[in-house]
Design a protein around this ligand. Structure first.
Ligand SMILES: [Ca+2]
Ligand SMILES: [Ca+2]
Ligand SMILES: [Ca+2]
Length: 182
């Protein structure tokens, strides 16, 4: 009888271990598609053009061979018409996601002699500004933004560049846009 109890106890414990160690299904989702711009264009992005921007170019890149060039802060963006160029993508963050994180690399080359107020690049989540830059970044920088507040929702990720002048160039680049989670 004692042996039977021991056996039952052992079986219960073994099955507990087995269930405890079985991984659940992975929490999959599309994330940001073509966030590295390696297609050479804005496939999977919705974009708003202003004159020559946005562009995909191959000179200033963080990784791979291509990156987005959002504006030149001057004549190429400040031609006739609206002076904001933007790209956006709708991304669903699944209910099973934990610690969802937006990451993107950005670089600004140059600073207007007049300073702030002549041009900028901004990043928005659902219309809320999470990055605002307008001066030289001394190389590529990384934005990281916690998206835990947006689990089980679709977010609108938007990157915009704007200028008001046609003379003083300030170049805005973006690469490696991703949204990942555990
Ligand atoms: Ca790239
Ligand atoms: Ca400018
Ligand atoms: Ca324009």
């Amino acid at each position: 009888m004692k042996k039977l109890f021991l056996l039952l106890f052992f079986l219960a414990f073994a099955s507990f271990l087995l269930v405890g160690c079985t991984p659940g299904p992975p929490c999959t989702g599309a994330g940001v598609v073509n966030g590295d711009f390696e297609t050479g264009d804005f496939t999977y992005w919705t974009f708003t053009e202003s004159d020559q921007f946005p562009q995909v170019q191959y000179t200033e890149v963080y990784s791979g061979s291509a990156a987005a060039y959002m504006g030149d802060g001057a004549a190429g963006l400040n031609g006739p018409g609206d002076d904001t160029a933007s790209i956006q993508q709708i991304v669903y963050i699944p209910a099973c996601a934990t610690n969802p994180l937006l990451k993107l690399n950005y670089q600004v080359i140059g600073t207007d002699s007049g300073g702030e107020g002549y041009d900028w690049m901004k990043v928005y989540i659902n219309g809320t500004e999470i990055l605002y830059i307008w001066s030289d970044t001394s190389g590529w920088q990384q934005l990281q933004y916690n998206l835990s507040a947006y689990i089980n929702t679709s977010i609108v990720l938007k990157i915009s560049a704007w200028t008001i002048d046609s003379i003083s160039a300030v170049d805005y680049y973006v690469d490696n846009v991703s949204i990942t989670w555990d």
